[in-house]
Write a protein that binds this ligand. Structure first.
Ligand code: A3P
Length: 313
């Protein structure tokens, strides 16, 4: 009821006021909660999820580090999961809507103001999050809910994050941003801890977590699309393959196709202009922005953090 809602809002405000914070862009801050830097937009929803969210066995949850290709993954998974109701033709939802508008973000749809969102969906629930493993609602890990995790070379992730933050209005210089990023202060950061959480879970529970890398998706798109479909429980049939379905999905969801659509040139998602989700979509663009010292610093942190884990990026 109203009273309970107000109490929850008050709780969130009080919580934020007790957490360490760092300037992100404009008057926006990141808050350090249980070891991770989160935005005030996601934190209350995330806590509400931790307390109330019931994942279901047939759910598929997409999790990524910000700026690692989430938009692409959303387009691919939406197309795969809904192909029976949305065949690929000129009426496909992706031609009219940005991929982010086509599925809920866990920490946004489930907020203190909205404890029982209607997630019903005829073909199972598909939703996304940037939530670190350690902060996931218990039911996500305990249920049969599957997690598709996407990450990317950390230097490219940083460069993409830097451009995105600039477009949001960040005033800090590349050097200042770089310093903060390396100290772990980025949305859902430290990025290394985010990655390691899901990497370890994917090793222990490969049927639960599919661990994908942006570079691998770029290098072998057909292979990974088939892997993705199989993991999500909607494998691509031999008939579909013969009919060219794989290439159709990859074409529809390609950077060139999506970034040139009117909706992605002019529309908005939440407070973000859709075009901001599409920049270059290339592997290795960090070479155009980072000095060799910067590259070495990230490589050094990465080597230290990932030592012994078997993970490389
Ligand atoms: P760049 O800034 O390096 O170009 P996210 O979707 O997680 O916000 O990540 C954004 C990054 O993914 C951007 O990288 C963006 O250009 C790239 N991207 C967006 N859509 C893509 C697509 N369909 N295929 C490949 N890369 C894509």
């Amino acid at each position: 009821d109203q009273n309970q809602e107000e109490l929850k809002q008050e709780y969130c405000k009080t919580l934020l006021s007790t957490l360490p914070k760092e300037r992100w862009f404009g008057s926006s801050y990141l808050y350090k909660y249980n070891g991770f830097w989160l935005s005030p937009e996601m934190l209350p929803g995330l806590i509400a999820c931790q307390n109330n969210f019931q994942a279901q066995d047939t759910d598929v949850l997409l999790i990524s580090t910000p700026k690692s290709g989430t938009t692409w993954l959303k387009a691919l998974t939406f197309t795969l999961a809904n192909r029976k109701i949305y065949p690929i033709n000129q009426n496909h939802p992706l031609l009219k809507q940005n991929p982010h508008s086509l599925m809920p973000i866990m920490e946004f749809f489930f907020s203190p103001e909205k404890l029982n969102p209607d997630l019903s969906c005829p073909l199972g629930r598909l939703y996304s999050s940037h939530c670190p493993l350690a902060l996931l609602p218990e039911s996500v890990l305990k249920s049969g809910c599957k997690i598709v995790y996407l990450c990317r070379n950390i230097k490219d992730t940083f460069v993409s994050y830097w451009h995105f933050s600039k477009k949001l209005g960040a005033e800090a210089s590349l050097e200042e941003f770089f310093y903060m990023f390396c100290e772990g202060m980025s949305l859902s950061g430290p990025v290394w801890d985010h990655l390691l959480g899901y990497w370890r879970e994917s090793l222990e529970n490969p049927e639960k977590v599919l661990f994908l890398k942006y570079e691998a998706l770029q290098e072998k798109p057909s292979f990974h699309l088939k892997l993705l479909a199989e993991f999500m429980g909607c494998p691509i049939s031999p008939e579909e393959e013969t009919c060219g379905f794989v290439d159709e999905v990859l074409g529809l969801c390609s950077f060139d196709n999506l970034s040139n659509l009117e909706v992605n040139k002019s529309g908005t998602f939440w407070t973000v202009r859709n075009e901001m989700f599409f920049r270059k979509g290339k592997v290795g663009d960090w070479k155009n922005y980072l000095t060799s010292e910067m590259a070495e610093r990230i490589d050094h942190i990465t080597a230290q953090k990932f030592f012994g884990s078997g993970l490389s990026l």
